[in-house]
Write a protein that binds this ligand. Sequence first.
Ligand code: CO8
Length: 393
Amino acid sequence: MCYYFELSAYKSTNDDTGLRVIKAVISGTGLYTPPATITNDELVVAFNAFVELHNSRHSDEIARGEMQALQPSASEFIEKASGIKQRHVIDREGILDPERMCPHIPDRSNDEPSVQCEMAVVACNEALEQAGKTAADVDAVIVACSNMQRPYPAISVEVQQALNIEGFAYDMNVACSSATFGLQAAVNAVETGSARAVLVVSPEICSGHLNFRDRDSHFIFGDACTAILVEREDAVADGKGFDILGTCLKTKFSNNIRNNFGFLNRGDDSGIGKPDKLFIQQGRKVFKEVSPMVAETIQAHLSSLSLAPDDLKRMWLHQANLNMNQLIARRVLGRDATEEEAPVILDEYANTSSAGSVIAFHKHKDDLVSGDLGILCSFGAGYSIGSVIIRRR
Ligand code: CO8
Protein backbone atom coordinates (compact mmCIF):
# COMPACT_ATOMS: atom_id res chain seq x y z
CA MET A 1 0.00 0.00 0.00
CA CYS A 2 1.43 3.38 -1.00
CA TYR A 3 0.12 6.57 0.55
CA TYR A 4 0.50 9.70 -1.48
CA PHE A 5 -0.97 13.09 -2.22
CA GLU A 6 -2.11 14.26 -5.64
CA LEU A 7 0.63 16.64 -6.76
CA SER A 8 -1.90 19.24 -7.95
CA ALA A 9 -3.67 19.18 -4.59
CA TYR A 10 -0.53 19.14 -2.51
CA LYS A 11 -0.26 22.84 -1.82
CA SER A 12 -3.89 23.17 -0.69
CA THR A 13 -4.13 23.77 3.01
CA ASN A 14 -7.87 23.26 3.41
CA ASP A 15 -9.92 20.13 2.70
CA ASP A 16 -13.48 20.08 1.24
CA THR A 17 -14.98 21.03 4.58
CA GLY A 18 -12.69 24.04 4.97
CA LEU A 19 -10.74 22.36 7.78
CA ARG A 20 -6.98 22.87 7.88
CA VAL A 21 -4.97 19.95 6.48
CA ILE A 22 -1.55 19.51 8.07
CA LYS A 23 1.31 18.52 5.77
CA ALA A 24 4.71 17.24 6.93
CA VAL A 25 8.05 18.34 5.49
CA ILE A 26 11.67 17.34 6.05
CA SER A 27 13.31 20.47 7.40
CA GLY A 28 16.76 19.26 8.49
CA THR A 29 19.20 16.36 8.58
CA GLY A 30 22.23 15.52 10.73
CA LEU A 31 25.06 13.01 10.74
CA TYR A 32 27.48 11.62 13.30
CA THR A 33 30.53 9.94 11.79
CA PRO A 34 32.85 8.07 14.20
CA PRO A 35 36.37 9.46 13.69
CA ALA A 36 38.09 6.03 13.52
CA THR A 37 38.35 4.34 10.12
CA ILE A 38 39.49 0.93 8.88
CA THR A 39 40.63 0.51 5.26
CA ASN A 40 40.09 -2.73 3.37
CA ASP A 41 43.82 -3.43 3.53
CA GLU A 42 43.89 -3.02 7.31
CA LEU A 43 40.85 -5.25 7.75
CA VAL A 44 42.31 -7.94 5.49
CA VAL A 45 45.69 -7.93 7.30
CA ALA A 46 43.87 -8.55 10.62
CA PHE A 47 41.57 -11.20 9.11
CA ASN A 48 44.46 -13.06 7.47
CA ALA A 49 46.47 -12.98 10.72
CA PHE A 50 43.44 -14.54 12.45
CA VAL A 51 43.23 -17.20 9.69
CA GLU A 52 46.92 -18.09 10.15
CA LEU A 53 46.52 -18.35 13.91
CA HIS A 54 43.39 -20.47 13.55
CA ASN A 55 44.89 -22.81 10.95
CA SER A 56 48.10 -23.34 12.93
CA ARG A 57 46.19 -23.97 16.17
CA HIS A 58 44.00 -26.54 14.41
CA SER A 59 46.67 -27.98 12.10
CA ASP A 60 46.18 -31.55 13.42
CA GLU A 61 42.39 -31.55 12.86
CA ILE A 62 42.92 -29.97 9.42
CA ALA A 63 45.55 -32.61 8.52
CA ARG A 64 43.16 -35.40 9.63
CA GLY A 65 40.38 -33.87 7.50
CA GLU A 66 38.23 -33.20 10.58
CA MET A 67 38.26 -29.45 10.00
CA GLN A 68 38.60 -27.29 6.90
CA ALA A 69 41.42 -24.74 6.74
CA LEU A 70 40.10 -21.16 6.67
CA GLN A 71 40.81 -19.18 3.49
CA PRO A 72 42.35 -15.69 3.44
CA SER A 73 40.43 -12.57 2.48
CA ALA A 74 41.48 -10.06 -0.23
CA SER A 75 41.10 -6.28 -0.60
CA GLU A 76 40.64 -6.52 -4.38
CA PHE A 77 37.69 -8.90 -3.91
CA ILE A 78 36.06 -6.62 -1.35
CA GLU A 79 36.19 -3.50 -3.51
CA LYS A 80 35.13 -5.33 -6.68
CA ALA A 81 32.27 -7.28 -5.07
CA SER A 82 30.90 -4.42 -2.95
CA GLY A 83 32.38 -1.01 -3.87
CA ILE A 84 33.51 -0.58 -0.23
CA LYS A 85 36.94 1.00 0.32
CA GLN A 86 36.84 1.71 4.05
CA ARG A 87 34.43 2.02 7.00
CA HIS A 88 34.06 4.27 10.05
CA VAL A 89 33.86 2.39 13.36
CA ILE A 90 33.33 3.13 17.04
CA ASP A 91 36.44 1.12 17.95
CA ARG A 92 39.26 0.08 15.61
CA GLU A 93 41.68 -1.69 17.91
CA GLY A 94 39.37 -4.49 19.06
CA ILE A 95 38.29 -5.27 15.50
CA LEU A 96 41.87 -5.35 14.21
CA ASP A 97 43.18 -7.55 17.04
CA PRO A 98 43.38 -11.07 15.50
CA GLU A 99 42.89 -12.60 18.96
CA ARG A 100 39.67 -10.59 19.49
CA MET A 101 38.03 -9.59 16.18
CA CYS A 102 35.24 -7.47 17.65
CA PRO A 103 35.01 -3.86 18.85
CA HIS A 104 36.01 -3.00 22.39
CA ILE A 105 33.05 -1.05 23.82
CA PRO A 106 33.12 -1.32 27.63
CA ASP A 107 29.90 -1.18 29.65
CA ARG A 108 29.06 2.21 31.15
CA SER A 109 27.34 2.93 34.41
CA ASN A 110 23.59 3.55 34.28
CA ASP A 111 24.25 7.20 35.09
CA GLU A 112 26.30 7.76 31.95
CA PRO A 113 24.79 8.30 28.49
CA SER A 114 24.70 5.17 26.33
CA VAL A 115 26.90 5.07 23.22
CA GLN A 116 23.84 5.17 20.95
CA CYS A 117 22.43 8.14 22.87
CA GLU A 118 25.72 10.04 22.47
CA MET A 119 25.77 9.44 18.71
CA ALA A 120 22.09 10.38 18.42
CA VAL A 121 22.50 13.68 20.25
CA VAL A 122 25.22 14.86 17.84
CA ALA A 123 23.17 13.95 14.74
CA CYS A 124 19.94 15.44 16.18
CA ASN A 125 21.63 18.72 17.10
CA GLU A 126 22.89 19.10 13.54
CA ALA A 127 19.40 18.39 12.13
CA LEU A 128 17.89 20.99 14.49
CA GLU A 129 20.53 23.56 13.59
CA GLN A 130 20.01 22.99 9.87
CA ALA A 131 16.28 23.56 10.32
CA GLY A 132 16.86 26.62 12.53
CA LYS A 133 14.92 24.96 15.37
CA THR A 134 15.55 24.01 19.01
CA ALA A 135 14.43 21.13 21.22
CA ALA A 136 11.48 23.29 22.33
CA ASP A 137 10.01 22.99 18.80
CA VAL A 138 10.08 19.15 18.89
CA ASP A 139 7.46 16.85 20.43
CA ALA A 140 8.75 13.35 19.63
CA VAL A 141 11.85 11.24 19.07
CA ILE A 142 11.85 7.96 17.17
CA VAL A 143 15.03 5.90 17.39
CA ALA A 144 14.83 3.70 14.30
CA CYS A 145 17.73 1.31 13.69
CA SER A 146 18.82 -2.32 13.32
CA ASN A 147 20.14 -2.93 16.83
CA MET A 148 19.39 -1.32 20.18
CA GLN A 149 22.14 -1.69 22.77
CA ARG A 150 19.52 -2.62 25.39
CA PRO A 151 15.82 -3.49 25.29
CA TYR A 152 14.68 -0.90 27.85
CA PRO A 153 14.34 1.82 28.92
CA ALA A 154 13.97 2.78 25.25
CA ILE A 155 17.07 4.46 23.80
CA SER A 156 14.72 7.09 22.31
CA VAL A 157 13.48 8.13 25.76
CA GLU A 158 17.09 8.58 26.85
CA VAL A 159 17.77 10.71 23.73
CA GLN A 160 14.58 12.69 24.44
CA GLN A 161 15.87 13.47 27.93
CA ALA A 162 19.40 14.27 26.74
CA LEU A 163 17.98 16.81 24.26
CA ASN A 164 15.48 18.17 26.80
CA ILE A 165 12.44 17.45 24.62
CA GLU A 166 8.91 17.36 26.11
CA GLY A 167 6.48 14.83 24.60
CA PHE A 168 7.07 11.20 23.73
CA ALA A 169 9.63 8.80 22.25
CA TYR A 170 9.83 5.21 21.10
CA ASP A 171 12.25 2.75 19.48
CA MET A 172 11.56 0.76 16.34
CA ASN A 173 13.49 -1.72 14.19
CA VAL A 174 12.96 -2.75 10.58
CA ALA A 175 16.69 -3.47 9.96
CA CYS A 176 18.03 -1.50 6.96
CA SER A 177 14.62 0.08 6.37
CA SER A 178 14.26 1.44 9.90
CA ALA A 179 14.85 5.09 8.93
CA THR A 180 12.36 5.17 6.03
CA PHE A 181 9.72 3.32 8.08
CA GLY A 182 10.48 5.77 10.91
CA LEU A 183 10.03 8.63 8.48
CA GLN A 184 6.52 7.43 7.65
CA ALA A 185 5.75 7.13 11.38
CA ALA A 186 6.96 10.73 11.81
CA VAL A 187 4.84 11.95 8.88
CA ASN A 188 1.81 10.21 10.43
CA ALA A 189 2.48 11.83 13.83
CA VAL A 190 2.82 15.31 12.33
CA GLU A 191 -0.12 15.06 9.92
CA THR A 192 -2.49 13.63 12.53
CA GLY A 193 -1.46 16.40 14.92
CA SER A 194 0.11 14.24 17.62
CA ALA A 195 3.44 16.09 17.27
CA ARG A 196 4.52 19.43 15.80
CA ALA A 197 7.90 18.01 14.90
CA VAL A 198 9.57 14.58 15.15
CA LEU A 199 13.23 13.60 15.12
CA VAL A 200 13.90 10.24 13.41
CA VAL A 201 17.35 9.11 14.50
CA SER A 202 19.31 6.03 13.42
CA PRO A 203 22.37 5.24 15.58
CA GLU A 204 23.75 2.22 13.74
CA ILE A 205 26.62 0.38 15.48
CA CYS A 206 26.78 -2.38 12.87
CA SER A 207 30.30 -3.42 13.99
CA GLY A 208 28.72 -4.75 17.20
CA HIS A 209 26.79 -7.41 15.29
CA LEU A 210 29.23 -8.20 12.50
CA ASN A 211 31.18 -11.46 12.54
CA PHE A 212 34.69 -10.20 11.75
CA ARG A 213 35.84 -13.86 11.58
CA ASP A 214 33.56 -14.61 8.61
CA ARG A 215 35.33 -14.17 5.26
CA ASP A 216 32.05 -13.75 3.35
CA SER A 217 30.82 -10.80 5.37
CA HIS A 218 33.62 -9.35 7.55
CA PHE A 219 33.96 -6.28 5.29
CA ILE A 220 30.30 -5.36 4.88
CA PHE A 221 29.39 -2.95 7.69
CA GLY A 222 30.42 0.31 9.34
CA ASP A 223 29.05 2.60 12.07
CA ALA A 224 27.30 6.00 11.80
CA CYS A 225 24.22 7.84 13.02
CA THR A 226 21.77 9.99 11.05
CA ALA A 227 18.89 12.22 12.11
CA ILE A 228 15.97 13.67 10.14
CA LEU A 229 13.69 16.42 11.43
CA VAL A 230 10.08 16.18 10.18
CA GLU A 231 7.96 19.28 10.84
CA ARG A 232 4.56 20.80 10.06
CA GLU A 233 4.70 22.67 6.78
CA ASP A 234 3.45 25.88 8.40
CA ALA A 235 6.41 25.87 10.83
CA VAL A 236 8.97 25.87 8.02
CA ALA A 237 9.99 28.95 6.05
CA ASP A 238 9.06 28.93 2.34
CA GLY A 239 11.81 27.47 0.18
CA LYS A 240 13.34 25.49 3.06
CA GLY A 241 13.38 21.71 3.24
CA PHE A 242 11.58 19.03 1.26
CA ASP A 243 7.86 18.29 0.74
CA ILE A 244 7.08 14.62 1.34
CA LEU A 245 4.94 13.62 -1.64
CA GLY A 246 4.44 10.01 -0.59
CA THR A 247 5.82 7.02 1.28
CA CYS A 248 5.62 3.40 0.17
CA LEU A 249 6.57 0.56 2.52
CA LYS A 250 6.86 -3.13 1.71
CA THR A 251 7.85 -6.25 3.65
CA LYS A 252 8.19 -9.88 2.58
CA PHE A 253 9.53 -12.53 4.95
CA SER A 254 12.93 -14.02 4.11
CA ASN A 255 15.57 -15.92 6.09
CA ASN A 256 18.33 -14.78 3.74
CA ILE A 257 19.47 -11.97 6.06
CA ARG A 258 19.12 -12.99 9.68
CA ASN A 259 20.39 -12.51 13.21
CA ASN A 260 19.13 -14.84 15.96
CA PHE A 261 20.55 -12.84 18.87
CA GLY A 262 17.81 -12.23 21.41
CA PHE A 263 16.54 -12.40 24.94
CA LEU A 264 15.53 -16.06 24.65
CA ASN A 265 19.12 -17.14 23.87
CA ARG A 266 19.80 -17.86 27.56
CA GLY A 267 16.97 -20.40 27.47
CA ASP A 268 18.96 -22.50 25.02
CA ASP A 269 21.91 -24.34 26.55
CA SER A 270 24.20 -23.61 23.59
CA GLY A 271 24.21 -19.92 24.66
CA ILE A 272 25.18 -17.07 22.37
CA GLY A 273 28.40 -18.60 20.98
CA LYS A 274 26.97 -19.81 17.65
CA PRO A 275 27.56 -17.74 14.47
CA ASP A 276 23.81 -17.25 13.91
CA LYS A 277 23.79 -14.88 16.91
CA LEU A 278 25.58 -12.39 14.67
CA PHE A 279 24.72 -11.10 11.16
CA ILE A 280 24.43 -13.91 8.59
CA GLN A 281 23.26 -13.70 5.01
CA GLN A 282 23.03 -15.46 1.67
CA GLY A 283 24.54 -12.46 -0.14
CA ARG A 284 24.01 -13.70 -3.68
CA LYS A 285 20.37 -14.63 -3.07
CA VAL A 286 19.75 -11.26 -1.43
CA PHE A 287 21.27 -9.50 -4.42
CA LYS A 288 19.17 -11.48 -6.91
CA GLU A 289 15.87 -11.33 -5.04
CA VAL A 290 15.93 -7.82 -3.61
CA SER A 291 17.22 -5.83 -6.63
CA PRO A 292 14.14 -6.48 -8.86
CA MET A 293 11.77 -6.00 -5.92
CA VAL A 294 13.28 -2.57 -5.23
CA ALA A 295 13.20 -1.47 -8.88
CA GLU A 296 9.55 -2.54 -9.18
CA THR A 297 8.62 -0.78 -5.94
CA ILE A 298 10.23 2.48 -7.06
CA GLN A 299 8.54 2.32 -10.47
CA ALA A 300 5.12 1.56 -8.94
CA HIS A 301 5.54 4.31 -6.36
CA LEU A 302 6.46 6.86 -9.03
CA SER A 303 3.56 5.90 -11.25
CA SER A 304 1.11 6.06 -8.30
CA LEU A 305 2.06 9.76 -8.16
CA SER A 306 1.81 10.16 -11.96
CA LEU A 307 5.57 10.57 -12.08
CA ALA A 308 8.07 9.04 -14.51
CA PRO A 309 11.61 7.87 -13.63
CA ASP A 310 13.04 10.72 -15.70
CA ASP A 311 11.30 13.20 -13.38
CA LEU A 312 13.75 12.18 -10.66
CA LYS A 313 16.72 14.44 -10.16
CA ARG A 314 18.24 12.17 -7.51
CA MET A 315 18.02 8.66 -6.04
CA TRP A 316 19.38 8.33 -2.52
CA LEU A 317 19.54 4.52 -2.43
CA HIS A 318 20.35 2.19 0.47
CA GLN A 319 24.13 1.78 0.59
CA ALA A 320 24.85 -1.95 0.79
CA ASN A 321 26.49 -2.82 -2.49
CA LEU A 322 27.56 -0.62 -5.41
CA ASN A 323 26.76 -3.21 -8.09
CA MET A 324 23.29 -3.65 -6.59
CA ASN A 325 22.63 0.11 -6.66
CA GLN A 326 23.84 0.40 -10.24
CA LEU A 327 21.56 -2.47 -11.28
CA ILE A 328 18.53 -0.98 -9.50
CA ALA A 329 19.12 2.50 -10.99
CA ARG A 330 19.55 0.97 -14.47
CA ARG A 331 16.28 -0.97 -14.13
CA VAL A 332 14.41 2.12 -12.96
CA LEU A 333 15.86 4.63 -15.45
CA GLY A 334 16.39 2.27 -18.42
CA ARG A 335 20.01 3.48 -18.57
CA ASP A 336 23.03 3.85 -16.30
CA ALA A 337 22.63 6.49 -13.59
CA THR A 338 25.35 9.10 -13.22
CA GLU A 339 27.05 9.48 -9.83
CA GLU A 340 25.21 12.78 -9.48
CA GLU A 341 21.84 11.03 -9.98
CA ALA A 342 22.59 8.12 -7.62
CA PRO A 343 25.27 9.29 -5.17
CA VAL A 344 27.53 6.74 -3.48
CA ILE A 345 28.73 6.96 0.11
CA LEU A 346 29.34 3.27 0.78
CA ASP A 347 32.91 3.56 -0.52
CA GLU A 348 33.71 5.62 2.59
CA TYR A 349 31.11 4.31 5.10
CA ALA A 350 30.43 0.69 3.96
CA ASN A 351 26.90 -0.53 4.77
CA THR A 352 25.59 1.45 7.74
CA SER A 353 22.20 -0.27 7.58
CA SER A 354 19.32 2.21 7.92
CA ALA A 355 21.64 5.22 8.11
CA GLY A 356 23.06 4.63 4.60
CA SER A 357 20.44 6.21 2.33
CA VAL A 358 20.04 9.07 4.82
CA ILE A 359 23.81 9.75 4.77
CA ALA A 360 23.59 9.94 0.95
CA PHE A 361 20.64 12.36 1.30
CA HIS A 362 22.40 14.45 3.96
CA LYS A 363 25.55 14.85 1.88
CA HIS A 364 23.97 15.20 -1.55
CA LYS A 365 20.86 17.37 -1.30
CA ASP A 366 21.99 20.99 -1.01
CA ASP A 367 22.51 21.56 -4.74
CA LEU A 368 18.87 20.70 -5.59
CA VAL A 369 16.65 23.67 -6.52
CA SER A 370 12.97 24.33 -5.82
CA GLY A 371 10.76 21.77 -7.57
CA ASP A 372 13.51 19.13 -7.97
CA LEU A 373 12.25 15.62 -7.17
CA GLY A 374 14.16 12.85 -5.45
CA ILE A 375 13.60 9.41 -3.94
CA LEU A 376 15.00 8.02 -0.71
CA CYS A 377 14.91 4.22 -0.85
CA SER A 378 16.08 1.65 1.68
CA PHE A 379 16.08 -2.15 1.40
CA GLY A 380 17.34 -5.02 3.49
CA ALA A 381 16.51 -7.65 6.08
CA GLY A 382 12.90 -8.69 6.48
CA TYR A 383 12.92 -8.31 3.47
CA SER A 384 11.93 -4.68 3.86
CA ILE A 385 11.74 -1.81 1.38
CA GLY A 386 10.94 1.82 2.20
CA SER A 387 10.47 4.42 -0.54
CA VAL A 388 9.96 8.12 0.14
CA ILE A 389 9.40 10.59 -2.73
CA ILE A 390 10.28 14.17 -1.89
CA ARG A 391 10.42 17.55 -3.62
CA ARG A 392 12.69 20.51 -2.85
CA ARG A 393 10.50 23.38 -1.60
N1 CO8 B 1 38.00 -12.41 -0.02
C1 CO8 B 1 38.28 -13.08 -1.16
N2 CO8 B 1 37.40 -13.90 -1.77
C2 CO8 B 1 36.18 -14.04 -1.20
C3 CO8 B 1 35.81 -13.37 -0.02
C4 CO8 B 1 36.78 -12.54 0.57
N3 CO8 B 1 36.54 -11.83 1.70
N4 CO8 B 1 34.56 -13.70 0.30
C5 CO8 B 1 34.12 -14.54 -0.64
N5 CO8 B 1 35.11 -14.77 -1.55
C6 CO8 B 1 35.06 -15.64 -2.73
C7 CO8 B 1 34.09 -16.78 -2.56
O1 CO8 B 1 34.70 -17.89 -1.92
C8 CO8 B 1 33.71 -17.08 -4.00
O2 CO8 B 1 34.75 -17.87 -4.57
P1 CO8 B 1 34.37 -19.03 -5.64
O3 CO8 B 1 33.73 -18.31 -6.81
O4 CO8 B 1 35.70 -19.64 -5.95
O5 CO8 B 1 33.41 -19.95 -4.94
C9 CO8 B 1 33.76 -15.72 -4.68
O6 CO8 B 1 34.57 -14.89 -3.84
C10 CO8 B 1 32.41 -15.08 -4.85
O7 CO8 B 1 31.69 -15.13 -3.61
P2 CO8 B 1 30.22 -14.62 -3.46
O8 CO8 B 1 29.38 -15.23 -4.54
O9 CO8 B 1 29.78 -14.79 -2.04
O10 CO8 B 1 30.45 -13.04 -3.74
P3 CO8 B 1 29.46 -11.98 -4.32
O11 CO8 B 1 29.98 -11.55 -5.64
O12 CO8 B 1 28.02 -12.42 -4.22
O13 CO8 B 1 29.65 -10.78 -3.28
C11 CO8 B 1 28.47 -9.78 -1.43
C12 CO8 B 1 29.31 -10.95 -1.91
C13 CO8 B 1 29.33 -8.53 -1.49
C14 CO8 B 1 28.08 -10.07 0.01
C15 CO8 B 1 27.24 -9.59 -2.30
O14 CO8 B 1 26.58 -10.80 -2.49
C16 CO8 B 1 26.24 -8.59 -1.72
O15 CO8 B 1 26.56 -7.50 -1.32
N6 CO8 B 1 24.97 -8.95 -1.73
C17 CO8 B 1 23.89 -8.05 -1.26
C18 CO8 B 1 23.83 -8.14 0.20
C19 CO8 B 1 22.97 -7.10 0.82
O16 CO8 B 1 22.60 -6.10 0.28
N7 CO8 B 1 22.67 -7.35 2.04
C20 CO8 B 1 21.93 -6.41 2.79
C21 CO8 B 1 22.12 -6.82 4.16
S1 CO8 B 1 22.15 -5.49 5.19
C22 CO8 B 1 20.67 -5.39 6.08
O17 CO8 B 1 19.62 -5.70 5.69
C23 CO8 B 1 20.83 -4.89 7.47
C24 CO8 B 1 20.72 -6.01 8.39
C25 CO8 B 1 20.96 -5.54 9.76
C26 CO8 B 1 22.39 -5.15 9.98
C27 CO8 B 1 22.85 -5.43 11.35
C28 CO8 B 1 24.28 -5.00 11.58
C29 CO8 B 1 25.33 -6.05 11.35
